[in-house]
Design a protein around this ligand. Structure first.
Ligand code: CDP
Length: 205
């Protein structure tokens, strides 16, 4: 039987950590759907046409090389506005979501477009400043020599592009639970998410 947890929200809100924690706690599979768009974005930086890149994407590529750079994040959000890029990635995400044993998917449009029937929908947010600081620390730890101001500008630009596009814009589903992590430790945010999933599981089974 399938059980889907959809976790959406803007850049660096804590979706990744919460998704990994929820999937580890319940033994669910996890798909970071941002990696799909990042992998397509990386191919376009190598000169490939975006729709062809999305149609040819293979799951193995998601684990190859470092997709979590600032340059690839911007390229990802540019290809993500193209409807044919998005539609090429739908089947893979939906079949992942309904695999037996439960699945967590995190992204921008999981609760609204990919899995509108998900048993749990969370929309994780935090202020742009808090998110930029988290992303700055992450990128610096990975050896990038970026600045706080640059990261804040990148985050704001990407949020605007993601929220304003006409196909599958980033927004909470009407029945999503909002989780603002601005003033929460990651442990506290994860504990809240686990409690919400626990509750939904009790109702579903
Ligand atoms: O980790 P972070 O939140 O910074 O970004 P990500 O989840 O890896 O996503 C990178 C980009 O892919 C986003 O800025 C979106 O433009 C796009 N994306 C999307 O459009 N839909 C998704 N379901 C996931 C990501």
């Amino acid at each position: 039987m399938s059980f889907t947890v959809a976790i959406d929200g803007p850049a660096a809100a804590g979706k990744g950590t919460i998704s990994k924690g929820v999937s580890a706690h319940f033994g669910f599979a996890h798909l970071d759907t941002g990696l799909l768009y990042r992998a397509v974005g990386r191919r376009t930086l190598d000169g490939m046409e975006p729709v062809a890149a999305a149609q040819a994407l293979a799951a193995e590529e998601l684990g190859q090389g470092d997709l979590r750079t600032a340059e690839i994040a911007q390229a990802a959000s540019k290809v993500a506005v193209i409807p044919k890029v998005r539609s090429a990635l739908v089947d893979f995400q939906r079949s992942f979501a309904t695999r037996p044993g439960g699945a967590v998917l995190d992204g921008r449009d999981i609760g609204t477009v990919i899995c509108p029937e998900a048993e749990v929908k969370l929309f994780v947010t935090a202020s742009a400043e808090v998110r930029a600081e988290r992303r700055y620390l992450e990128l610096s730890a990975n050896g990038s020599d970026t600045t706080r101001a640059q990261v804040l500008q990148d985050v704001r630009e990407r949020d605007a592009r993601d929220a304003e596009r006409s196909t599958a814009p980033m927004k909470p589903a009407e029945d999503a639970v909002l989780l603002d992590t601005s003033n929460l430790s990651i442990e506290a945010a994860l504990a809240e998410a686990i409690a919400i999933v626990e509750d939904a599981k009790r109702k579903a089974f």
